[in-house]
Write a protein that binds this ligand. Sequence first.
Ligand SMILES: [Zn+2]
Ligand SMILES: [Zn+2]
Ligand SMILES: [Zn+2]
Length: 291
Amino acid sequence: MGEVILHVLGTAQDAGLPQPNCYCDNCTKAIDNPTFKRRAASLAIVLKDKNQWHLIDASPDFKEQIIMVQRTHGMEGLVMDSIFLTHAHIGHYPGLIFLGKEAMNTKNVPVFTGPLMKNVLESHAPWRQLTDLGNIQVQAIEQGISTNLDNDVEVTPVKVPHRNEFSETFGFWIKGPKKKVLYIPDIDSWDEWDLDLVEACKQADICLLDATFFSESDLSDSGRGARDLSEIPHPFITDTMERLKSITDTCAIYFTHFNHSNPALKQNSDARDFIEKNGFHIANDGMTFDL
Ligand SMILES: [Zn+2]
Ligand SMILES: [Zn+2]
Ligand SMILES: [Zn+2]
């Protein structure tokens, strides 16, 4: 049984931390001290023995994120074996541009995504050039149908409700030889989901869940450059915790996809304490899980 590592490459909402044009406390701290910076949400699945790796979402921070994978696992110069995409928001797919002619100029990297997203990538510039020139090969995947990366390793999309202007939105089940992970970086609401959150999380050993906003108080102190949160539905961390508090002993629940305004980003904040004292965890860029 080969060693399989899940590598967390980014834990911020699409715009990252710092968010462009924002000088709120969290962003200023990340501008002044890069150790507080967070890249847009993304994961890698690394198959150590096979010397292969797979990327989940190609974020705007793609350039740094592939170095994280390659340098950590001794895979310098090794192109990813495939890419899985959740949806067509800017934190989740623009990194694909670096596979093109002006940069890596890859050959037929499989890109797995939903049929609507496949259409976006194949029909519209500049993405279309990637398939026209054979840099990527887009393959449609469906809810509940697994793609095997190795004997004991599979990725299975699960549809989630989200503002779907251009594409459907997927989360992913990621199963390794030892552990099963549920990854939902973006969702509008747990109630609108086809699955029951508690039952879904019970099937996983580790969950990485949408932590865009902490609570309603994010609305009041979101700082300059902030977006109107009422137009951006996400479950609050406090709500997700309330729903999952009975299963924290059996499932390790991590929060990810933090908006720049999220008070839980601050170390020693009341928000961070509240999360950790109740048995939940904050995902950090660079952390790894043995799958
Ligand atoms: Zn997002
Ligand atoms: Zn900010
Ligand atoms: Zn989104």
